[in-house]
Design a protein around this ligand. Structure first.
Ligand SMILES: Nc1ncnc2c1ncn2[C@@H]1O[C@H](COP(=O)(O)OP(=O)(O)OP(=O)(O)O)[C@@H](O)[C@H]1O
Length: 565
């Protein structure tokens, strides 16, 4: 590109400004500058830029062939002189024209800067998540950003030019235009959309006069939604807290244990006394006899009531996990042990730990548990120091621990430690007097659960319940009643409704090789004899003869088995 060769005459303020301005033009080459004053500011600038300096206009003109000469001395005499000196091919620009040119260039430059700032501002305003809207003092909308359209769904071109007094008469902008004061934290619904917004609006004041107003608003629909979620979650958490509290307090009291039999009354009496002492208790009994409900009741009636009641089912947790469940672990104790985990013993601090199915605990853990009981302290896996604990231990099992000890499966020393007080709960078949009361309890319970109105069981159905062997104890009774109540159409549980379950259990008995407990066999024979001879006094006499027992023994057995006639 051929550059325009330029010379400047005059290195004062004008010359310096010209030098500054021309440096931005790539197609202009300032060849030289001339001034009689060697110390003129423009001479110094030119020297620094490698532009040649002359002490007279003639020398500059003589030295090089110039396309344009700028005269910025303001000396009219010099202009005339120059006209005669410069060749025709060179253009002379006089200082007045130079001033106009410089002003135009400066303004253009400022305009370009303003344009750049405007573009930057536009990017900033559009990248804001908030909606922004600006009006003049008459309420005419001059600007909305992209956030505005995103929140309201209204395109900018539809909004700009309208009057805010018409389109949003209740909004924050109108308030600012009316009062001249900021309007902060105004909550309303964005016009034209369902968005809930919160707005902050302020007047725009230029030279002490309000020229318009600007509003910045946030879409809080999401916040409202999240707050609602949070409220719901908090109520769930509170519910769970209540549940945990209930669990801690135990889910059963002695009043909840239904009992009519003298056997059970004696046991409850013993358990109540034991509850008040802070001793270790072992509860034994077949599955489903109520060991857990007793453990709960003991905790509830003990001085530890209100403190945690923590249950651990030793049979349900794999052996390798049970240790960490019971004693916890330190962070990083093993691969996967990210955070510190408290064990059940620590969680039960001050309260009771209920070790259910203790007979299924592995020998290794039995040894560890024994050390805990002896030392009254535990050590977390990966821990470096023992931690003192204050926990009452209630354990339970449906297994014969004495037999397990004989077979080397259970530590005798641990057995003695756990079995300071033994509470043995007899199977349901040994306390059949409890069956009617338990039946009533579950009828009430399941009536409420299933919105039923079962009044009770028929006599025949009651006989069935009384004569059954109940290998699954109270839990089995509860299960059968739950299912029959669910199936019952009428107000009474009949024999027909029960038969399927007893058939099922008979099948199970057959599967065991048709062997029945002797008592069950005896009961069935008595019932059969009565069906044969009838239930009158004469019928009973004949039945007793057929059974080869006295009439008095028959009456005793009828009572024992709860057979109603
Ligand atoms: N005397 C009772 N009064 C009221 N409910 C009882 C009674 N005995 C047992 N139950 C109820 O019967 C169900 C079984 O009892 P529980 O779970 O306490 O038995 P368990 O002996 O601990 O059984 P497992 O050995 O299988 O753990 C529970 O719902 C319990 O509330």
């Amino acid at each position: 590109m051929q550059k325009l060769k330029v010379g400047i005459i005059g290195a004062g303020r004008g010359g310096s400004a010209l030098l500054e301005t021309l440096k931005d033009f790539d197609n202009i080459q300032v060849v030289g500058i001339a001034d009689i004053e060697r110390k003129a500011p423009g001479m110094k600038i030119a020297g620094q830029r490698g532009i040649r300096c002359f002490d007279s206009a003639e020398k500059l003109l003589r030295e090089s062939q110039l396309d344009v000469v700028f005269e910025v001395t303001g000396d009219d005499g010099l202009v005339k002189e120059l006209r005669s000196m410069i060749p025709e091919s060179t253009t002379l620009v006089e200082s007045r024209a130079v001033n106009i040119m410089l002003t135009i260039i400066r303004e253009r430059k400022e305009l370009l800067e303003i344009k750049e700032i405007k573009e930057q501002l536009s990017i900033i305003l559009n990248s804001a998540q908030e909606g922004i809207q600006m009006v003049d003092r008459n309420g005419i909308i001059k600007y909305v950003n992209q956030g505005y359209t995103r929140i309201t769904g209204i395109p900018a071109e539809q909004r700009i030019g309208t009057n805010v007094f018409d389109v949003s008469p209740d909004g924050a902008l109108v308030e600012v235009l009316r009062t001249g004061k900021p309007c902060l934290g105004k909550r309303n619904r964005a016009v034209g959309s369902n968005a809930e917004v919160i707005s902050n609006a302020s007047p725009i004041v230029v030279n002490g006069k309000m020229t318009g107003a600007v509003v910045v608003f946030q879409d809080i629909s999401e916040i409202i939604h999240l707050t609602e979620e949070l409220r719901r979650s908090t109520s769930v958490i509170n519910g769970l807290k209540d549940e945990i509290k209930k669990l801690s307090e135990g889910q059963g009291k002695f009043e909840d244990i239904v009992c009519q039999s003298q056997k059970m009354k004696n046991i409850i009496n013993l358990a109540q006394k034991a509850a008040r002492e802070d001793t270790t208790i072992l509860i034994t009994g077949e599955s489903g006899t109520g060991k857990e409900i007793f453990a709960n009741a003991i905790h509830a009636e003990s001085p530890r009531n209100g403190k945690p009641f923590i249950k651990v089912n030793c049979a349900a947790i794999p052996e390798n996990l049970l240790e960490s469940e019971l004693f916890g672990y330190e962070a990083g104790a093993f691969t996967g042990a990210g955070k510190l985990k408290l064990g059940k013993f620590e969680l039960a601090s001050g309260g009771t730990i209920f070790l259910d199915e203790i007979g299924d605990m592995s020998p290794v853990l039995q040894a560890k548990l024994l050390r805990v009981i002896q030392g009254q302290e535990i050590e977390r896996i990966g821990g470096t120091h023992p931690i003192k604990i204050d926990v009452r231990i209630i354990s339970a099992t449906n297994r014969d621990l004495v037999d397990l000890i004989r077979r080397g499966r259970f530590r005798e020393d641990l057995y003695f430690r756990l079995n300071v007080i033994n509470i043995h709960i007899p199977p349901l078949r040994e306390r059949k007097e409890d069956i009617p009361a338990l039946t009533d309890l579950y009828i009430n319970f399941f009536n409420r659960k299933f919105y039923k109105n079962v009044k009770g069981v028929t006599n025949k159905a009651r006989d069935m319940l009384m004569s059954y062997n109940w290998p699954g104890n109270v839990r089995e009774l509860a299960n059968i009643l739950e299912r029959t109540i669910l199936m019952a159409d009428g107000e009474w549980i009949t024999e027909e409704l029960l038969i399927p379950y007893f058939e099922q259990f008979k099948g199970r008995e057959k599967a065991r090789g048709g062997i029945l407990p002797l008592e069950e066999m005896e009961k069935r024979m008595i019932k059969k004899a009565l069906e044969e001879y009838g239930t009158s006094v004469e019928g009973k006499r004949k039945a007793s003869e057929a059974l080869k027992i006295s009439l008095a023994t028959l009456y005793n057995k009828l009572k024992k088995y709860g057979i109603r006639i």
